[in-house]
Design a binder for this molecule. Structure first.
Ligand SMILES: Nc1ncnc2c1ncn2[C@@H]1O[C@H](COP(=O)(O)OP(=O)(O)OP(=O)(O)O)[C@@H](O)[C@H]1O
Ligand code: SF4
Ligand SMILES: [Mg+2]
Length: 328
């Protein structure tokens, strides 16, 4: 028997700015930020979601945590349908999900000492005694690489990297089943990025966590993620293990993202078939017909502007949606 995945989404769609015309009753002005996405996140894995700015990564992450309305599709958490969960039931489920943001300063209360910042979720969601809460907070601080005397300080007294450690500690202290980290490295310089990645890795093994890790930087997640999902204009266009995607990226968009990244491996600089991205990301309010990538794809064929490609399995856990891809 295979284990129940932490997250299972089927046909997930999120729309913003939908208005209904008074005259015709038709929907107008809708942006489908996430469009018909199927996604499974297994217990204990790190699934990275990558893609350019505006492609819907954050919206997908928030939809999986039920913090934006789901327009269509179905969402299961630990095998239970939570698509329609509301009110107290949704609030109760929430402490099993946590989010870490790009800007830790914005996600921490500036008036709260670090001890209070970490103790608050325990007070709200557990019946732990004051002594147990103190112990759990101090243990969590140690696990997050924060010195004990930081407990009585305020967020503004810390550097960006330390603040991100506090934000991560707060997200993890309730031992959530699912953590969405939304570009948690982008506000940090490169050496701090590596330290925070190491912290994510350590906490994952210590607390058996499951991550959805959002990044615009495909190169950064290769060594960190178990699987990678590549998004383009609200859709997942390729998914696979980090190894499958690194060794044999199948979708022209993924190949363009790899070619655009500075490569630590000079042999890859001359990419077997380097593809460059041209033009701007089209507006998600008016996505191109057929393959959404056809307006920028160097390999586009006439069929691409007419017929939407479906996900094709490439063997293993690898799949991509492109008319040039043949089943493996
Ligand atoms: N609350 C909102 N109201 C209206 N439109 C929104 C809202 N949030 C996101 N969008 C739109 O949905 C699309 C996807 O946005 P989203 O923030 O999910 O992308 P992203 O991939 O996270 O981008 P970035 O890398 O810049 O964070 C964009 O066109 C964005 O303008
Ligand atoms: S379906 Fe066509 S346009 Fe889309 S990625 Fe494949 S080749 Fe390019
Ligand atoms: Mg985002």
């Amino acid at each position: 028997m295979t284990a129940v995945p932490v997250i299972h989404a089927k046909g997930l769609t999120v729309e913003f700015g939908v208005r209904r015309s008074v005259l015709t009753g038709r929907k107008a002005g809708a942006v489908q930020a996430v469009s018909n996405v199927d996604l499974t996140v297994d217990r204990g894995e790190t699934l990275a979601v990558v893609g350019e700015s505006g492609c819907g990564k954050s919206t997908l992450g928030r939809a999986l945590l039920r913090s934006v309305p789901i327009a269509q599709g179905r969402l299961e958490f630990m095998g239970k349908d939570i698509t329609e969960l509301e009110g107290d039931a949704l609030r109760a489920a929430r402490h099993q999900f946590q989010m870490v943001f790009q800007d830790p300063y914005a996600s921490l209360n500036p008036k709260m000492k670090i001890f209070e910042t970490l103790a608050e979720p325990l007070r709200v969601h557990t019946t732990d005694s004051a002594a147990t809460i103190r112990e759990r907070v101090m243990d969590m601080m140690a696990a997050a690489g924060l010195a004990p005397d930081f407990a009585s300080r305020y967020p503004h007294e810390f550097s960006g990297g330390q603040r991100q450690r506090v934000a991560i500690a707060r997200a993890v202290i309730l031992r959530p089943d699912f953590v969405v980290a939304d570009e948690p490295l982008s506000a940090l310089d490169v050496s701090l990025q590596l330290q925070i990645l190491t912290l994510f890795r350590q906490l994952k093994s210590q607390f058996s966590l499951t991550y959805l890790f959002i990044s615009h930087d495909l190169a950064r997640v290769f060594g960190f993620a178990d699987r990678i999902a590549v998004m383009y204009l609200g859709k997942i266009v390729e998914i696979g293990t980090a190894r499958e995607i690194y060794a044999a990226p199948a979708h022209p968009y993924t190949r363009a993202l790899i070619a655009a990244a500075p490569s630590p491996d000079p042999a890859r600089g001359t990419e077997r078939d380097a593809l460059t991205l041209r033009g701007e990301l089209p507006s998600p309010a008016n996505p191109p017909k057929g393959c959404r990538f056809h307006t920028r794809c160097p390999l586009a064929m006439p069929v691409c502007s007419e017929v939407e490609p479906q996900m094709v399995g490439l063997g293993g856990r690898h799949a991509a949606a492109c008319h040039l891809v043949t089943p493996g």
